[in-house]
Design a protein around this ligand. Structure first.
Ligand code: AMP
Ligand code: ZN
Ligand code: FE
Ligand code: FE
Length: 297
């Protein structure tokens, strides 16, 4: 096919939240980029949990296929009762400081997973760390992989049930994991030249608009640049609310599907519930912010 034909197939659509086998997605980084190409996406960000290990492969695939791949990450931070996810975009992922901090999180996972398995074993669910590692595809191991093994071995009927009964905070086999406070995640992203964005705010379980506004103000004072407004599971009302808050506070808006492949089969690349189109202007705004904030050309 000629390049001219390829251009015809390319749209102005983007997806700024995706996972690969480097964390808990089911496709390799290059495969995610291929899927983005097939979906006609102009740009995508790979935002694996607590790791940049998939970025080199994704960027190489992007260069080959003509998809703009934005190097990203999604860091789980400490938040009352549960965790708060912070996305980072346009990272210099060769930054030694970032790698050093992410290594701390990698170790925390390594310490935690065998403890979860031991708890499950004590409950009579005979699964092993080897089975979980095999299903993870070689990247970091997390609870979704454990959930998949529980599903495949017939101990639960769905991955969600694995979380609800055993793996969620408060579940029978839950083990807490070390997390940095949000301020530290914001700092490590900024130190690597990245743009920090609060991921899927609805998961924070904040009851009121005022509570979310206060939280955003606090995070903004610590360096937060944006809020993930468009998201697979956000309702149109939530979308409108986050958009309004972003405008009021002067925050960037971003959006993505949180694609995990077969580990979250209901979510497809480039698509969100409201059917609002995620377009390239989101990327343009991220770039402009970076230029202004860091004085880059
Ligand atoms: P981990 O990185 O091991 O803490 O696993 C975090 C991932 O597990 C999240 O990104 C979600 O994909 C998934 N997860 C966490 N809590 C739940 C839940 N209550 N129900 C379903 N999936 C969950
Ligand atoms: Zn995930
Ligand atoms: Fe997340
Ligand atoms: Fe995610």
């Amino acid at each position: 096919m000629s390049p001219w034909h390829k251009n015809l197939l390319m749209t102005n659509h983007v997806d700024l939240h995706t996972h690969s086998t480097a964390s808990d997605g089911s496709y390799r980084p290059a495969e995610v980029v291929h899927l983005a190409k097939d979906a006609g996406l102009r740009a995508m960000a790979l935002t694996d949990h607590d790791t940049t290990d998939g970025l080199a492969e994704a960027l190489a695939a992007g260069a080959e296929l003509g998809v703009e791949v934005i190097p990203g990450v999604e860091i789980s931070t400490r938040h009352v009762g549960d965790s708060m996810h912070i996305l980072g975009y346009f990272l210099d992922f060769h930054s030694g400081k970032l790698a050093e901090r992410l290594a701390v999180l990698k170790q925390a996972r390594k310490d935690r997973n065998p403890k979860i398995i031991a708890k499950l074993n004590a409950l009579g669910l005979a699964i092993t760390m080897e089975q979980v590692e095999r299903i993870s595809g070689g990247g970091q191991v997390g609870r979704p992989h454990i959930a998949r093994v529980l599903l495949e071995r017939g101990y639960v009927r769905t991955m969600q049930q694995a979380f609800d009964i055993y793996l969620k905070n408060g579940g029978k086999a839950y083990v807490a994991k070390f997390r940095f406070p949000p301020a530290e995640a914001l700092e490590m992203i900024r130190e690597a030249g990245g743009v920090p964005v609060l991921a899927h705010p609805f998961t924070l379980g904040l009851g009121s608009l005022g509570a979310l506004r206060d939280l955003l103000r606090d995070l903004q004072a610590l360096g937060l640049a944006g809020i993930e407004t468009f998201y697979a599971e956000h309702t149109p009302e939530q979308e409108a609310l986050y958009l309004k808050l972003a405008q009021e506070l002067g925050l960037l808006v971003t959006g993505g599907s949180d694609f995990h492949g077969d580990n979250k089969p209901e979510v497809t690349l480039g698509n969100i519930r409201s059917r609002n189109r995620l377009t390239y202007d989101l990327v343009t705004a991220l770039k402009a912010w970076r230029k202004k904030e860091y004085g880059l050309v």
